[in-house]
Design a protein around this ligand. Structure first.
Ligand code: 17E
Ligand code: FE2
Length: 411
């Protein structure tokens, strides 16, 4: 099959893309159709590798207000609301909500998802359901599962055992939540436990790290030090790290050296953390987002995630990562021309590094023929105009299509 006239990753000149047996077999200008080959003209539209959701909680999605709304808008009230909803979890409930989310994501060009799944549940109901869904949905979306201890490892009954069980069941990554543990000692111990568990079982790590406006929340240095010492390096990701917003600059200067040595990845969640953070401030109110601009300038890998779709922590969300990037650029003040033009990398190539997709990802001959087509010529325009994802192609097959919205101005 031949897809013609693609502007790949903001290129100015179009190329053609040949797909054979689900792989990119040729990418070059003016490829001649072979006898009987199906040809699709992409009409000089922007083509990108698929969008990647590098941080979401699929087990909690689509539960906002059930049974109670988060009225304060804090992370901590969100955890209380979720704890009440958790009592009602069933396999069917999770399957139905996750399948709805995956379709929302598919409509918006997302083909890879890293989901955190709460394992502070003696029955591990959500973990079991997600492991089934990961397999069932694998032709449509690649799901990576983090064993995420929402209510703590040391501060929740049997927390260590639940984490070990989740890894034995088949979780891909180990999580932790140091800022929620009862004490600083617990938080350090929980990180030592989580990174050792990952090292022993050859798993990735993704920690909910310092998601709090407390400048004394210093889980990140422990995560980075263990990543370095255990040789886990870029297998480790620190998500949220919103306390870094509030660290003093002298400490950040010292920390940056360790962060670079450790090679860990970062995930920021600009929509959700602008909503959740700064809640105990009067004025001025902190933005509560990690230092994306400074980390990026140091060559540290940062991706953006949605974090939630309509749940106790975020009452909105439609499965599109466009608003995530849009908010991220505003709140991190990354609105230079090149910063806007290249900002798709926060939800494509940077996220692929975080997820360790390696050669399974990218518009390169010999790799799986996964790509998306946007209704724009470059990402600056796509972002600004909120352009539709016209087509999402996976292993050479179109798995979702949109028609651009049509509006007539009658004057
Ligand atoms: N749980 C958590 O600890 N932090 C979050 N941002 C969400 C769930 C969404
Ligand atoms: Fe999260």
């Amino acid at each position: 099959m031949l897809f013609r006239n693609a502007l790949i990753e903001n290129a100015q000149a179009p190329v053609d893309i040949r797909v054979e047996n689900g792989l990119f077999s040729a990418i070059a200008p003016n490829l001649a159709p072979e006898n009987g080959e199906e040809v699709i003209d992409l009409g000089r539209k922007l083509v990108l590798p698929p969008f990647i959701e590098s941080h979401v909680h699929l087990d909690t999605c689509l539960t906002a207000g059930d049974p109670v709304w988060n009225m304060s808008g804090t992370l901590f009230e969100g955890i209380e609301c979720w704890s009440k909803r958790k009592d009602k979890l069933s396999r069917e409930d999770i399957r139905e909500r996750v399948q709805r989310c995956v379709r929302l994501y598919a409509a918006n060009g997302i083909q890879f998802i890293r989901t955190h799944v709460d394992v502070t549940d003696p029955k591990l109901t959500a973990m079991q359901a997600l492991i089934e869904l990961r397999e069932e949905l694998k032709d449509k979306v690649e799901i990576q599962i983090v064993a995420f201890p929402q209510e703590g490892i040391l501060s929740y009954p049997n927390g260590k055992k639940l984490m070990e069980d989740a890894v034995a069941m088949g979780a891909d990554c180990v999580g932790a939540i140091p800022h929620f543990e009862f004490t600083r000692e617990y938080s350090v111990e929980s990180l030592n436990f989580a990174l050792n568990l990952a090292a022993e079982n050859d798993k990735l790590v993704d920690v909910h790290c310092d998601e709090i406006d407390d400048e004394a929340s210093r889980g990140l240095e422990t995560v980075a030090a263990r990543a370095l010492e255990l040789g886990l390096f870029d297998k480790v990701t620190a998500s949220h790290t919103t306390a870094m917003h509030s660290y003093n600059n002298a400490y950040v200067l010292r920390l940056m050296r360790l962060l670079k040595m450790s090679k860990i990845n970062f995930v920021a969640n600009p929509l959700v953390n602008t909503h959740l953070q700064g809640r105990v401030d009067t004025y001025p109110k902190r933005r509560g987002i990690t230092r994306v601009k400074e980390l990026t300038a140091e060559g540290i890998n940062v991706s953006f995630g949605h974090d939630d779709i309509f749940d106790p922590w975020y009452p909105m969300g439609n499965g599109s990562l466009r608003d995530v990037v849009f908010m991220g650029l505003h709140v991190c003040q990354m609105m230079g021309y090149e910063e806007i033009m290249n900002s798709y990398r926060f939800i494509t190539t940077n996220a692929a590094r975080t997820l360790h997709l390696g050669e399974r990802y990218g518009i390169v001959e010999g790799r799986p023929a996964n790509f998306i087509v946007l209704d724009a010529e470059n990402y600056y325009d796509a972002l600004n105009r909120n352009s539709a994802v016209l087509r999402s192609v996976r292993a050479g097959k179109t798995i979702a299509e949109s028609k651009p919205a049509e509006t007539s101005v009658l004057f």
